[in-house]
Every structure is written in structure tokens, then in C-alpha cells.
Design a protein around this ligand. Sequence first.
Ligand SMILES: [Cu+2]
Length: 154
Amino acid sequence: MKSKLLSLLCITAGLLAAGASSARAAEPRVITITTSDAMKFDVTAITAAPGEELKVVLVNPGSMPKLAMGHNWVLLKAGTDVTAFSNAAVSAGAAADYLPADFKASIIASTKLIGGGEKTEVTFKAPAEKGDYVFLCTFPPHAMIGMKGTLTVK
Ligand SMILES: [Cu+2]
């Protein structure tokens, strides 16, 4: 009886230790990006290590509804034709949150579209390959006005 209890305690301790260590390993680095009604991100440059786990928290402190002044955060794969992507986003329209289905393979990570007073987040791994990756808001024509930035993996 005593040994059975002891082994049970050992198993429990082992599970707790495993749980604690995996939680620590899975903790992504949080990057908070605030949008504005002036169609800008307050963070336009992010640096990450290859494969680093990141959590982008997008905050929209504006007062306008999603349909009038929505914002999202979309990270594109290297080599994506950003102009073609933006045009496709316009065609995709509000019903698709301005995320073009044809370009799904070009998207590394994306948040949903949010209106004023909303907040959203996305957790993803930075690309393994070093280089510059464009991120943008796909609500037209925000990216064209400058609502974009660069994730540099190095
Ligand atoms: Cu926007």
C-alpha cells in the first residue's frame, strides 16, 4: 500500500514537472501592435530569431466600426507580390475580411479583422529562413497609405 502511494506521488510529481517545463517552452514572445484611425501601426519593425514563437496582439483603440475602419495584421511569405495580394484583398471584400482565398498559401499568419475598441491576437512561428517579411493591414486601402511593416528574421 505504501509503495503504491509512493509511486502515485512520483507519477503526479513527474506530470507536474512535465507540464511546467512544456508551458515554459511554449511561451511565445508577445508583441503588442496598436492601430489608429490614421491607418498606421505603431510598430513597423519587428526582429525575430528563425523559428521563434511570437504572439502578435493587435489592439484597435479607435471608435469606428469594423466596416468603416477595420484593421487586421497579416504576415506574408517572402517573395509575395504585395500589390497583387492587395488587389486580391480588395476583390475578396468585407465578407472575407479582406483575406484573399487565392493567396492563402502566401500568408504566414493573420488575425481577424477588428473594429474600434476590439482586440485580437495570433500566435505563430517566425520563418526559419532569414530575411525580411512584409506585414500589412489588408483593409483597403490602408497598406497603400502605409499601414504595413517588416518582420526581419536574423
Ligand atoms: Cu487597417
